[in-house]
Design a protein around this ligand. Structure first.
Ligand SMILES: [Zn+2]
Length: 135
């Protein structure tokens, strides 16, 4: 992960410890090696402490709030429209929301084994694996 690819939202999520562990480690490394990134983080932190930019506020503003469990279920089933599915995929993989990923794991464990569910799952994990590759 290069410094340029770290967004304010990611820094904020980092400050609030809402990122997946591997992303936390990445950002920590970038922060150590980059003064300008540290300044950005300090700036964001100051704003946040003044109550301007809580993660929840930014996520709500950008409509990045957590999908419901039934939406996640429909996502697994592949029954959502494309925009909605894209949004949830972004939320799970780019934002890396721990709560929703845990929820999704849970749904997958308790879910049925219809072929289309298995197919959707396979695709999901393939793209997850791709996303997690360095670079
Ligand atoms: Zn979430």
């Amino acid at each position: 992960m290069s410094q340029r690819s770290i967004s304010d939202e990611q820094l904020l999520a980092y400050l609030d410890e809402q990122l997946p562990v591997d992303q936390l480690a990445n950002i920590e490394r970038e922060l150590r090696s980059s003064e300008s990134l540290r300044l950005r983080a300090a700036n964001i932190s100051r704003h946040r402490d003044q109550g301007h930019h809580s993660v929840g506020e930014i996520w709500r503003r950008n409509q990045l709030s957590c999908p419901s469990r039934s939406q996640l279920g429909n996502f697994l089933l592949g029954t959502l429209d494309e925009d909605h599915a894209d949004y949830i995929e972004f939320h799970l993989q780019t934002i890396g929301c721990r709560y929703c990923n845990a929820n999704l794991d849970d749904l997958q464990k308790t879910g049925d084994n219809q072929p289309e569910v298995t197919e959707r799952r396979r695709k999901f994990f393939q793209s997850s694996a791709g996303y997690l590759k360095p670079g």
